[in-house]
Design a protein around this ligand. Structure first.
Ligand code: SF4
Length: 399
């Protein structure tokens, strides 16, 4: 080992220890850990933070359904396989009745949350979303509406010639409980322009989140990895989110996921490796001393990687996803069911628990005797993309 390497090793060990003890690390230090820290030491430090935050050793999951109201979109992101431009023959929009029917199916299967997601339809202003959220709340008040993202808010405000504040106030009053972290993709300018040239800037995305937090609407934050961004840009994405969180405290969770390469204009030229993903997860746990929850994405990385992430600081395995079409359109083929998700958590030596949108524990499965028996609760039971291999309990629904 050279003198320089020994110094670098000492610096890395000191940074890991400081972060594991709850101290703050800088973006430069996070980048050094991301590129140079030994994997096991990185995972150990991240898991130390998780254990301190969650000494009960519980890892949570959620039952929800992602319902898409339209695939018509004017924003044409290059990584997106879901959207169709206006007037395209494969464009569609669901009626309110159909959306409510899907919510009803989700409630019957034990869902506590719906994520209403869709394209930037040229006609959908604030009034559309008011009707959407108020109809869902009136029919199913028990469902949390954790939906849309800053891009949709900017779009609806523009269509309705309204300020961002007014748009958020109105959709909150109509029933929106919290904002999904959708549309973050990569926040730094260079990679964002390359994959989503018509989308708002990363700064603007964060500005909408900051406004929502100020108005009492909390959210999550996401990151899409693997479209050609550099290591430094990945860490810059984290820094941009942490700076806002220092001011608002409104991000409940950070959720990194990986770009899926099929059926989109990027044509899978670059992708994120498992190692890059797991290292990022661990660095996120160490860097975000101000965000409570870290969720990994079994849907995009696979169940094995999802389980491994539980040893890299993750405390939430996310949703069973009764329906998911957006990422599945781009090739995500992983499928699971509730019993398997619980098994993944338990066999990683964690205690599985069902949570709600606010991360409150609804059911803690301390032993297999506490496990649910309803085997209808599985991912993609009613999705219209890439049918699951196993028997479906509900019919596939046409778009
Ligand atoms: S990611 Fe969203 S905004 Fe971008 S093209 Fe797809 S549906 Fe439209």
């Amino acid at each position: 080992m050279t003198g320089d390497n020994r110094m670098g090793g000492r610096a890395i060990a000191e940074i890991l220890q400081r972060a594991a003890d709850g101290g703050r690390i800088s973006a430069d230090e996070a980048l050094l850990l991301y590129t140079d820290a030994p994997l096991h030491a990185l995972g150990e430090a991240a898991d130390a933070v998780r254990r301190r935050r969650y000494p009960d050793n519980i890892v949570t999951y959620l039952i929800d359904r992602n319902i898409n109201y339209t695939n018509i979109c004017v924003t044409a992101c290059r990584f997106c396989a879901f959207y169709r431009p206006p007037k395209h023959e494969q464009g569609w929009a669901h009626s309110m009745e159909e959306i409510l029917r899907r919510c009803g199916e989700a409630v019957e299967l034990g869902a506590t949350q719906v994520m209403l997601q869709g394209g930037h339809h040229p006609d959908y202003g604030v009034e559309y979303y008011e009707q959407l959220f108020s109809s869902v709340k009136a029919a199913y008040p028990q469902l949390a509406i954790h939906s849309i993202g800053p891009s949709e808010i900017l779009h609806m405000a523009k269509v309705s010639s309204m300020s961002i504040e007014e748009a958020i106030r109105r959709i909150k009053a109509a029933g929106l409980d919290s904002i999904a972290g959708a549309g973050a993709e990569m926040l730094p300018a260079r990679p964002r322009k390359a994959i989503a040239p018509l989308k708002e800037s990363g700064e603007r995305w964060l500005e909408v989140m900051e406004t929502a937090h100020r108005l009492g609407v909390e959210s999550t934050a996401t990151m899409m990895m693997g479209t050609g961004e550099t290591n430094a840009e990945r860490i810059e994405h984290l820094r941009m989110i942490r700076d806002v969180q220092d001011r608002t405290g409104g991000f409940r969770a950070f959720i990194p996921w990986t770009y899926q390469p099929e059926n989109n204009h990027l044509k899978g030229r670059t992708q994120c490796t498992t190692l890059e993903y797991l290292r990022l997860v661990a660095v996120a746990r160490l860097f975000f001393d101000n965000i409570a929850h870290l969720q990994s994405s079994w849907l995009t990385t696979g169940k094995d990687v999802g389980q491994l992430s539980l040893h890299m600081g993750v405390d939430d395995l996310g949703s069973i996803m009764l329906e998911e079409n957006v990422i599945s359109s781009a090739g995500a083929k992983h499928r699971s069911n509730l019993l398997e998700l619980i098994w993944l958590i338990r066999s990683a030596d964690r205690i599985p628990a069902q949570r709600d949108t606010l991360y409150r524990h609804l059911k803690v499965h301390r032993t297999p005797a506490d496990d649910p028996t309803d085997d209808r609760v599985r991912s993609h039971v009613a999705s219209n993309v890439t049918p699951p291999r196993r028997r479906r309990s509900l019919p596939v629904v046409a778009p």
